[in-house]
Ligand binder design. Structure first.
Ligand code: TLP
Length: 349
């Protein structure tokens, strides 16, 4: 049975061109700054994000951690969205390793933070209170159905952070999806950020790796924090080579993933027992409610028929489109979802 894997865009496999580039990669010791392939990837990343410098890190989680460690000291506070990856899915790493208190403010359906609430969350200079050292946003927003923030949204939040002396970080794990959805260069979205991270290993299909971009001075400190958390890599050109291919060949095609996600959302919205507003789908993530049974039961029934989905939170199902999934796969996934949703309901909510 062919499997249609919609659990995440992290399941993407490297393209043949990436594998060739990895095989042929020129390498050196990157901790000495001597890996020419890593150096080239870092230069490309910083240039694309409109920043002076970039550093290659192992994962999106590490990118957020080392950025947070750079901006925040022990006993400081970081303001993040209540549905953000940094708060929910990073094993409280910034609290554990950095002694940083995470303060959440509500994300709206698109992942945006209300500027008035952020303003209110910024701490005054007061003997009783921690310093607000960082405000972080996520773009696109994973748990908010791949919602997209535009340059204006980001500018408003960054201005508040900076006015209060805090740094501004963008968890841009999928910022390339945001840029493609909006039809703007990612640098436009990253402009006010002190650090912006992005993942190579999601929609861009690399086997591993993320980037953190910022000013030269900031990235020097991020690099040191990367070393501190054990993330200094040696002949990393072997994996960085795939990142170069990704930036050169895999960005524009994200539009196909967005079209497929919209096709999927429109089809799902027509099915009984599924709650979904397809007009909310802006990029490659579709999240919907299952109304007539537990989401786990729905996911298990899909899996029996070869369609894999993930379970972001109570009563909801997530499907993510990506390289390797085409329009026929979406139609097949919809056929399966239809037979499951019209099938006998077993289990109770
Ligand atoms: N997200 C993964 C899971 O961890 C949930 C996924 O399947 O979507 N920021 C954002 C917005 C992310 O969605 C993720 C990964 C990360 C950071 C962390 O990236 P990695 O997995 O490379 O550590």
């Amino acid at each position: 049975m062919p499997i249609i894997d919609l659990r995440s865009d992290t399941v993407t496999k490297p393209t043949p061109e990436m594998r060739r580039a990895m095989y042929e990669a020129e390498v050196g010791d990157d901790v000495y700054g001597e890996d020419p392939t890593v150096n080239r990837l870092e230069a490309m990343a910083s240039q694309r994000m409109g920043k002076e410098a970039a550093v290659y890190v192992a994962s999106g989680t590490m990118a957020n951690l080392v950025s947070g460690l750079t901006h925040c000291g022990r006993g400081d506070e970081a303001v993040v969205g209540h549905r953000s990856h940094m708060l929910l899915y990073e094993v409280a790493s910034l609290a554990a390793f950095g002694g940083v208190q995470m303060r959440s403010v509500p994300n709206d359906d698109r992942g945006m933070l209300d500027p008035n609430t952020v303003e209110w969350a910024m701490r005054p200079d007061d003997a009783h209170q921690p310093r607000t050292a960082m405000v972080a946003v996520e773009n696109t927003h994973n748990r908010c159905s791949g919602g997209v923030l535009d340059a204006e949204d980001i500018g408003v939040l960054a201005e508040i952070a900076h006015r209060h002396g805090a740094r501004f970080h963008i968890d841009g794990a999928r910022i390339w999806n945001a840029a493609v959805a909006l039809g703007v260069p990612p640098a436009e979205l990253a402009r006010p950020a002190d650090t912006v991270s992005f993942c190579l290993s999601k929609g861009l299909s690399c086997p591993v790796g993320s980037m953190v971009c910022g000013s030269s001075e900031t990235i020097q400190r991020v690099r040191k924090n990367r070393k501190m958390v054990g993330g200094g890599m040696r002949q990393a050109g072997v994996i960085a080579a795939a990142g170069i291919v990704a930036l050169e060949t895999m960005v524009d095609r994200l539009a196909e993933d967005h079209d497929n996600a919209k096709r999927l959302a429109r089809g799902l919205a027509r099915l009984p027992g599924i709650g979904l507003d397809p007009s909310r789908v802006q990029s490659n993530i579709v999240i919907f409610d299952v109304q007539d049974r537990p989401a786990e039961a729905f996911i298990a029934a899909l899996k029996e028929k070869g369609v894999l989905a993930s379970f972001p939170e109570g009563g909801r199902v997530r499907m993510v489109t990506h390289y390797g999934i085409n329009a026929e796969d979406i139609d097949e996934a919809l056929n399966v979802a239809e037979s499951v949703s019209r099938g006998k309901v077993s289990g109770r909510r």
